[in-house]
Design a binder for this molecule. Structure first.
Ligand SMILES: [Zn+2]
Length: 281
């Protein structure tokens, strides 16, 4: 599940490898992957890739001729650069950028659902694009003051993952950030005092920055289909807490799981299992 660190490192590696490369053709084999029709994909032919960057969990690829490609991996996508072209049998391919030097930038998606998407936009229309226009400030490397940013009566677990509030954090890294900060996932943003807000901001920068550094040290292209994430708490329920050794617990939701350490984060209290409470209603 790619979040800010995974998208950041992918963008950096691909940018270093393809910036300046010339596009031979663009194809969208995924039935629903391409969400725009004007400009058409043929507008990319003969254009050069200028920069591969990131906003929140999205890729923004600047192309000369004032074009921009916006890519959202959703939960199971990967943006990968290959030295050769995809076999037409590759059912994971959603969007392909073929370069004149024979390489191919491929948006692939694993799993059963097709949710990853691509938009080809005029550069002038990029900022007004609905997903980007609604993004909050970047969670890394320098987010604004958390006291103001998170001043809402909603649990931190939901607030930090809300891309409209702060951009880049998802289900995996929110567990790591809150555990490192030793804050309860259910504490409300508006209940943070000045000191807690400052420490949570610093922890967010540190956890995401450490993850980017971890990938920088070990990753090269193409980004593997299954990227091992350096997580110590997320989906580790039942295992010992890496800090205190007590057992990590989890709250299960319909399609995800939130992990925390009761000793480090909730004064020993177990949080309610949402699955169970819904069934009991
Ligand atoms: Zn602990």
């Amino acid at each position: 599940m790619p979040e800010l660190p995974e998208v950041e490192i992918t963008a950096c590696l691909i940018d270093a490898a393809v910036a300046g490369g010339e596009i031979e053709s663009a194809l969208a084999p995924g039935i629903n992957a391409l969400k725009t029709f004007d400009p058409p994909l043929t507008a990319l032919t003969g254009r050069r890739l200028q920069h591969v960057g990131r906003r929140g969990k999205l890729f923004v690829i600047d192309v000369d001729g004032d074009l921009a490609i916006l890519i959202h991996l959703m939960s199971a996508g990967r943006l990968q650069l290959f030295d050769s072209r995809a076999s037409l049998r590759d059912r994971t391919s959603r969007f392909l950028l073929r370069l004149t030097d024979g390489r191919e930038l491929r948006l692939r998606e694993f799993g059963t659902r097709q949710r990853a998407w691509v938009k080809l936009l005029r550069a002038a229309d990029l900022d007004a694009e609905e997903t980007l226009a609604e993004l909050g400030p970047e969670a890394w490397p320098d987010p604004p003051d958390f006291g103001e940013l998170l001043d809402q009566p909603r649990p931190l677990y939901a607030l930090l993952r809300d891309q409209h509030v702060i951009a880049g954090i998802g289900r995996s890294w929110v567990d790591e950030i809150l555990h490192t900060a030793m804050v309860s996932p259910f504490k409300r943003g508006s209940d943070l005092d000045e000191d807690e807000a400052r420490r949570l901001r610093e922890t967010t920068i540190q956890v995401l920055g450490d993850a980017v550094a971890h990938y920088e040290a070990g990753l090269s292209l193409p980004i593997p289909d299954k990227l091992p994430m350096p997580l110590t708490v997320h989906r580790r329920n039942g295992e010992p807490c890496p800090r205190c050794g007590d057992q990590l617990e989890a709250v299960f939701y319909e399609d995800y799981v939130m992990c925390y350490c009761p000793t480090c984060q909730t004064d020993g209290k177990l949080l309610k299992d949402r699955r169970l409470s819904r069934l009991l209603k």
